[in-house]
Design a protein around this ligand. Structure first.
Ligand code: PEP
Ligand code: MG
Length: 563
C-alpha cells in the first residue's frame, strides 16, 4: 500500500521551539481487554498461554535491564519479579477456571493484585504502577498487539503519538528524544509545556501523525509547527542554517532582563523537578518563576513524606543560592491527577476541585508541603517564595497566605489564572506579597475553551483581546496595591507578547529556559514607552490576528526578522 503521507509537509501547532530530524518511533496506545472476548473453555491451555505472555514480558525487561544504568537496572529487575510472581498467575488462573477470556482474566488478576498492593501500603503501594505496566504488556502479548507506551529507544528518535500523558513526557529520555509530534494536544497542554521545558522541539495537532510509518525520517520545525516527511538533504541543511542564524543573533543576549531604556524585567525559568533545576541553575537566569511541584509526584502512588519532599526541594533550591525560586504548591487535578490527592471523578474537572480548592479539602497535604519547603529553604540559600494555584477569591488568597506564613515562609503569593481573581486583583492581592499570571488557564477560563482541546487553539490564543483585557485589569489592580505582578504562563515566552505584557506593567517573565535568550533580546531592543504602545495596539485590536499583526508591524525589525 502506498504511504499516505510520504513526501509531504504536515502542519500542526509548534509548541516547543527548535528544529530536529530523525526516524519516527510510534507510541502504541493503551491496550484494553475486549468486552466481547470468547470465554475460556480449556483453562489449563489458557494458563500456559498467559504464563508464556508474562515470561515474554519478563525476558524483555531483563534484556532492557542489562543495557540500563544502575538505578534503572534495579527498577527493571524488581519489575521482572512481578512478571514472574506465582501468586499473580494463581490469581489469573482462578478467573480462567470460571470461563473468563484470557485477556479479561489477566486484567482482573492484575487489578486484584493491585488492590492488595494498595492495601499493604508503603513500598508495595508504590509498585502498583509497575504492576499495571507489566499487566498491560502481558495483555498486549496475549492479544498479539504492540506493547503500549513508549518503546525502548536505541538512538536519536522523533517520538510520535496520538497524545502523551504528562507523566510519560516527564520520563522521556532527553538524550534520545530529538522531537515530539502528536495528533492531539494543544498549545498549553501540559505535555507541550513539559516538552518546551525539556528543550525538545514539539509540534501538536498534526492530523496524520499516527499514520507515519515507524522508521520514516522526518524533520520537525517546532517554531513553524511543521513536520516534513522524508526531507531532502537541502531542507535539513536549511534548518541548520536557520539555527545558526538564530544562535548568532542571540550570542550577545546575556545578563538580567532589561528594556532598552533600563527598565528591569526579571527573566525566570519554569521548572518541573530536580533535573530541570540543575539545568536551569547553570543558565544565565535570574531564578525560577514557577516550580510546578505536582510534576515531581505525577507517578507517585502514595503521598510523599515531609522528609522525602524536603530532600527533593533542597536539590531544587541548591542551584539557585542567592536567587529567587517561586514555588507553586501542588496543582493537582484536571489533566494532572495525583493518585494520592484524588477526590474522585468529576463531570468538569477543570472547573472542579483542583489546585488550591483541592488543598482546602486536604489541608494536611498542603501543610506537609509548606513545612518541607520551609525546611529546604532554611537549608539552602535560595530566596524561596510560595504561591497557590487556582485562586478565585480574596478569602482563598488570605487563607493561603496565612498558612504559608504560619509555616515560617516569609513570602506568599497567588497565581492569577481565574478571570474572577484577575478582575479583583487589588483585593485578592491585598494580603499577599505578589501575583503571577497563569495565562494558560486564564485563557482557558476567559474564553471558555478547554486547553486540552487542540481544536480550540484559536480561542486559547493569548493574543485574544479579551484575554489581554483581563490581564490588563489584573496588572492595574496589582499596581493599585503596589504588588509586583509576573507572568508564568506560556505567553511570557513569546517575545512579541512579552513586550506587550511588560507594557501592561508586568515586572517578571517566567518561561522554559530555552525561550529566555530571545525574550531578553526583544526587551533589549525596545523601551518601556514602546512596550506600552505595543500593549495599546494589542488591546485595541478587534481580533487576535489583528493584534499580533499590529504588534509585529510596530516592533523592531531586528526582532521580527527572527520570529
Ligand atoms: C498557567 O495556567 O498559565 C500556569 C502557568 O499553570 P499550569 O500551566 O501549570 O496550569
Ligand atoms: Mg494553571
Amino acid at each position: 500500500m502506498a504511504d499516505p503521507v510520504q513526501g509531504r509537509t504536515l502542519r500542526g501547532i509548534g509548541v516547543s521551539p527548535g528544529t530536529a530530524s530523525g526516524p519516527v518511533v510510534q507510541v502504541a496506545p493503551p491496550v484494553r481487554a475486549p468486552a466481547d472476548e470468547p470465554a475460556t473453555t480449556d483453562a489449563d491451555a489458557a494458563l500456559v498461554e498467559v504464563k508464556a505472555a508474562f515470561e515474554a514480558v519478563a525476558l524483555d525487561l531483563e534484556e532492557r535491564a542489562a543495557r540500563a544504568d544502575d538505578t534503572a537496572q534495579q527498577i527493571l529487575r524488581a519489575t521482572v519479579l512481578i512478571a514472574r510472581d506465582r501468586s499473580l498467575s494463581k490469581a489469573i488462573a482462578k478467573h480462567l477456571a470460571t470461563g473468563t477470556g484470557k485477556a479479561n482474566a489477566v486484567h482482573a488478576g492484575v487489578e486484584e493484585f493491585a488492590a492488595q498492593f494498595e492495601a499493604l501500603g508503603g513500598y508495595f503501594a508504590e509498585r502498583v504502577t509497575d504492576l499495571r505496566d507489566v499487566g498491560s504488556r502481558a495483555l498486549a502479548q496475549v492479544l498479539g498487539v504492540p506493547a503500549p507506551g513508549i518503546p525502548e529507544l536505541t538512538g536519536p528518535s522523533v517520538v510520535v503519538a496520538h497524545d502523551l500523558a504528562p507523566s510519560e513526557t516527564a520520563t522521556l529520555d532527553r538524550s534520545k528524544v530529538v522531537a515530539i509530534v502528536t495528533s492531539a494536544g494543544g498549545r498549553t497542554s501540559h505535555t507541550a509545556i513539559l516538552a518546551a521545558q525539556m528543550g525538545i522541539p514539539a509540534v501538536v495537532q498534526v492530523a496524520e501523525a499516527t499514520a507515519l510509518p515507524v522508521g520514516t525520517l522526518v524533520a520537525v520545525d517546532g517554531d513553524a509547527g511543521e513536520v516534513v516527511v522524508d526531507p531532502s538533504e537541502d531542507f535539513v541543511a536549511s534548518l541548520s542554517v536557520r539555527r545558526a542564524k538564530l544562535t548568532a543573533a542571540l550570542s550577545g543576549s546575556a545578563g538580567p532582563g532589561v528594556t532598552r531604556d533600563g527598565h528591569a524585567v526579571a527573566l525566570l525559568a519554569n521548572i518541573g523537578g530536580v533535573a530541570d533545576a540543575v539545568e536551569a541553575g547553570a543558565q544565565d537566569l535570574e531564578g525560577v518563576g514557577l516550580f510546578r511541584t505536582e510534576f515531581v509526584f505525577l507517578s507517585a502512588d502514595t503521598a510523599p513524606t515531609l522528609d522525602e519532599q524536603a530532600e527533593i526541594y533542597r536539590q531544587v533550591f541548591a542551584p539557585f543560592e542567592g536567587r529567587r525560586v517561586v514555588v507553586r504548591t501542588l496543582d493537582a487535578g484536571a489533566d494532572k491527577p495525583l493518585a494520592f490527592a484524588d477526590l474522585g471523578p468529576e463531570e468538569n474537572p477543570a472547573l472542579g476541585r483542583r489546585g488550591l480548592r483541592l488543598s482546602a479539602e486536604l489541608p494536611e497535604l498542603l501543610d506537609t508541603q509548606l513545612e518541607a519547603l520551609a525546611v529546604a529553604a532554611r537549608d539552602t540559600g535560595a530566596d524561596v517564595r510560595v504561591m497557590a494555584p487556582m485562586v478565585a477569591t480574596a478569602e482563598e488568597a488570605d487563607w493561603f497566605a496565612r498558612r504559608v506564613r504560619e509555616n515560617g515562609l516569609p513570602k506568599a503569593g497567588v497565581m492569577i489564572e481565574v478571570p474572577g481573581a484577575a478582575l479583583r486583583a487589588e483585593h485578592v492581592l491585598a494580603d499577599c506579597d505578589f501575583g503571577s499570571l497563569g495565562t494558560n488557564d486564564l485563557a482557558q477560563y476567559t474564553m471558555a475553551a478547554d486547553r486540552m482541546q487542540g481544536a480550540l487553539s484559536d480561542l486559547l490564543d493569548p493574543w485574544q483581546p479579551a484575554v489581554l483585557d483581563v490581564i490588563q485589569a489584573a496588572c492595574r489592580g496589582a499596581a493599585r496595591v503596589g504588588r509586583p505582578m509576573g507572568v508564568c504562563g506560556e505567553a511570557g515566552g513569546d517575545p512579541l507578547l512579552a513586550l506587550v505584557l511588560v507594557g501592561m506593567g508586568v515586572s517578571s517573565l517566567s518561561m522554559a529556559p530555552s525561550k529566555v535568550p530571545l525574550v531578553r533580546l526583544a526587551l533589549s531592543l525596545h523601551s518601556l514607552p514602546e512596550c506600552q504602545l505595543l500593549a495599546t495596539l494589542a488591546t485595541s485590536a478587534r481580533t487576535a490576528v489583528d493584534g499580533l499583526e499590529a504588534v509585529r508591524a510596530a516592533a523592531k525589525g531586528e526582532l521580527t526578522a527572527l520570529v
